[in-house]
Design a protein around this ligand. Structure first.
Ligand code: ZN
Length: 425
C-alpha cells in the first residue's frame, strides 16, 4: 500500500518539476528579446539575454539532475539497493564480532558516499562547464579537489560521530529516543554556529578585516544608527571560486561578524554597499534570523517524532524494499527517512518560499528607511546584472523555488519608497 503511495508521490513530484522547468524556459525565452521597461535604461540588452541563457541552462541541468535523483531513489529502495548494501556489509563483517551500531554507521556512510559520487559529475559540469561558459567560474581543478578533500574530511570528523550518537540513541534510549536525538541536534547546530566562522570557514577562505577607512566609518555609522553590535567587519576572498558577489552575517549575540565578498566590494559604490548591508541588518532587526532558527528546530522536532513512529511500522521497511526483520533496522530507517521524505515535502516548498520572500520585502523596507531606497535599487540592478539573474522569471516557477521576490516586484516595492528623481538613475 505504501509502495503505491510513495511511487505516486515520486511520480507527481517529478512531473511538477518538469512542468515548472518547461514553464520557466518558455517564459524566459518569450521575454528574451527586450529588457522590461522599468530596466530599459539601466540594463543592457546583452546582459538581459545572457541572464536568459544562463537561467535556461541552469534549469535544464537541474531537470537532468532531478531525474537522476529520482532513479537513484527507486534503485535504493524498491529495486533493493539498500538491502543489497546491507547484505554486502554483512558478508564483509562476517566472522568478525562487529557491533550492530558499527554496521549501521557503515550502512549510512556507504549510502551517503554513493549518492555524493553520483552527484559529483553534476558538480563538475556545473562548475567547469556551465559556470565557466558564462564567465562565473574562477576555480581551478586543484582548488576543486582541495575543497572536496577538506569538505569530506570535515564531514567524516563531524558527521560520523553525530550519526553514531543518533543511532546509539535509537538503539538503546527507549521510546523517547527521538526527543533525546533532537536535543543532541539542537546542541550540534548551536555548536556549529559558534565554531564555523572560527574553525571551518577559514579552511576554505581568507578573512581580512575591512581596510577601507571611508567605507569602514560609513558602515560604523550605519551600525550605530541601527544599534547593532558586531565583532568585526571582514572581507572574504570569494573571487577565488566565483564571480558571484554576496554579503552575510555569521554568529549571534555580540560575536556577530559581517562578511563581504571581495567581488561585491569591487563592484558597488560606498552608498550601495551601505544599502546592501542595511538590508542584511534588516533581517536581524526584524528577527528573521531567529525565526528561521526556531522554524528549523521545530520542523526537525516534528521530523524526528515522525521518524520515531515510522521505525515501529513494519510496512515502512517492507514497502520500501527492505526486509523488516533486518538487523541494522535503525540505520536503514535513517537512510529511508532522509531520502524518501523530500518526495513528500517537495510540494510544501511554495509555503517556505512565500515566508522567505516576505522576509526579503521586510528587509528591503528596513534598508529603504535606513539608507534610502535609491542606493539599494542601484545595487540590486548591478547584482542582477553581475549574477545574470533573470528579470523575467515565470511567476509560478518563482513562487515554487525562489527565496527572493522576482526583480520586477522587488524593485517596484522599492520604487514606492524612493524619491522620483532616483527611479531611473
Ligand atoms: Zn535578504
Amino acid at each position: 500500500m505504501f509502495t503505491k503511495f510513495f511511487l505516486l508521490a515520486l511520480f507527481l513530484s517529478v512531473l511538477v518539476k518538469f512542468w515548472l522547468a518547461r514553464r520557466q524556459i518558455r517564459y524566459v525565452q518569450a521575454h528574451r528579446a527586450s529588457v522590461p521597461a522599468r530596466f530599459a535604461e539601466v540594463m543592457p540588452l546583452a546582459a538581459h539575454q545572457k541572464a536568459a541563457d544562463y537561467t535556461i541552462a541552469r534549469v535544464q541541468l537541474s531537470s537532468l539532475e532531478g531525474t537522476f535523483e529520482a532513479v537513484f531513489l527507486v534503485v535504493l529502495t524498491l529495486l533493493g539497493g539498500l538491502q543489497w548494501i546491507d547484505d554486502a556489509l554483512a558478508r564483509l563483517f562476517s566472522g568478525i564480532a562487529v557491533p550492530v551500531l558499527l554496521r549501521e554507521i557503515s550502512l549510512v556512510v556507504v549510502v551517503i558516499v554513493a549518492s555524493a559520487l553520483l552527484d559529483l559529475p553534476f558538480s563538475l559540469y556545473r562548475q567547469f562547464r556551465l559556470e565557466a561558459r558564462f564567465g562565473f567560474n574562477k576555480m581551478t581543478a586543484a582548488l576543486f579537489v582541495a575543497d572536496l578533500v577538506k569538505a569530506s574530511l570535515i564531514a567524516a570528523l563531524v558527521g560520523v560521530p553525530l550519526i553514531g550518537i543518533v543511532l546509539a540513541l535509537m538503539n538503546g534510549a527507549g521510546e523517547l529516543w527521538w526527543l533525546y536525538a533532537w536535543i543532541v541536534w539542537v546542541g550540534f547546530q548551536v555548536l556549529v554556529m559558534l565554531l564555523y566562522p572560527v574553525l571551518i570557514a577559514p579552511l576554505f577562505n581568507k578573512f581580512e578585516p575591512l581596510e577601507d577607512q571611508t567605507l569602514r566609518s560609513r558602515i560604523d555609522a550605519l551600525l550605530g544608527r541601527c544599534g547593532f553590535a558586531a565583532k568585526g567587519v571582514f572581507v572574504m576572498d570569494g573571487s577565488k571560486r566565483s564571480a558571484h558577489g554576496n554579503a552575510y552575517f555569521w554568529g549571534f549575540g555580540a560575536a556577530k561578524r559581517i562578511v563581504f565578498f571581495d567581488t561585491l566590494l569591487a563592484r558597488l559604490s560606498g552608498p550601495e554597499i551601505e544599502a546592501v548591508l542595511a538590508h542584511e541588518l534588516g533581517h536581524f532587526k526584524r528577527h528573521h534570523v531567529l525565526k528561521r532558527l526556531v522554524w528549523s528546530f521545530l520542523t526537525s522536532l516534528i521530523g524526528l517524532a515522525l521518524l520515531g513512529w515510522l521505525t515501529l511500522q513494519p510496512w515502512f521497511y517492507e514497502d520500501l524494499g527492505v526486509s523488516p526483520g533486518i538487523a541494522t533496522r535503525n540505520g536503514v530507517a535513517l537512510v529511508l527517512f532522509f531520502y524518501v521524505l523530500p518526495v513528500f515535502t517537495f510540494l510544501l516548498s511554495p509555503i517556505v518560499s512565500l515566508a522567505s520572500r516576505r522576509h526579503e520585502y521586510e528587509a528591503d523596507a528596513f534598508a529603504a528607511a535606513q539608507t534610502g531606497a535609491g542606493d539599494l535599487i542601484k545595487a540590486l540592478v548591478k547584482l542582477y546584472e553581475d549574477n545574470a539573474s533573470t528579470l523575467t522569471p515565470d511567476p509560478l516557477h518563482s513562487a515554487f523555488y525562489d527565496s527572493h521576490p522576482p526583480a520586477t516586484l522587488r524593485i517596484a516595492h522599492l520604487d514606492l519608497r524612493a524619491p522620483a528623481e532616483l527611479r531611473t538613475s
